[in-house]
Write a protein of this length. Structure first.
Length: 117
């Protein structure tokens, strides 16, 4: 899948970074995203409990029961992207990809409870 914006940046020689890996460009390493291990923990938890997942919105935090969700660390990922971009602008070799860690918040909606006798 070709991205016309990336093609334009490359034609003009403008440095760029991406949020997440571009599957059509496996050689490009100047990207950052949350690590796969974070999402594997979520999958494993839900697979073991049979629960369903959701995003960590106001609704999920305040619903009853509270819904388990993944909390992304946008600030950490943004800082990683800025570091990568500054390095590209300075002509330094790629330090990417950079994987940040999302936090899995297990709440009442997916906690197993023992049946009462």
């Amino acid at each position: 899948m070709d991205d016309p914006v990336i093609a334009l940046l490359e034609r003009r020689g403008i440095p760029y970074v991406t949020l997440g890996r571009d599957p059509s460009r496996p050689e490009f390493t100047d990207w950052a995203t949350e690590d796969d291990a974070s999402f594997q923990r979520v999958h494993d938890h839900f697979a073991a409990s049979g629960a369903r997942s959701a995003s960590d919105s106001e609704h999920t935090r305040h619903s009853r029961p509270a819904v388990s969700a993944v909390e992304l660390h946008a600030a950490e990922t943004t800082l990683a992207l800025l570091d990568l971009l500054q390095a590209r602008i300075a002509g330094e070799p790629s330090a990417g990809p950079i994987l940040t860690t999302a936090r899995f918040r297990i709440r009442a909606s997916s906690r197993r409870t023992e049946p009462h006798p």
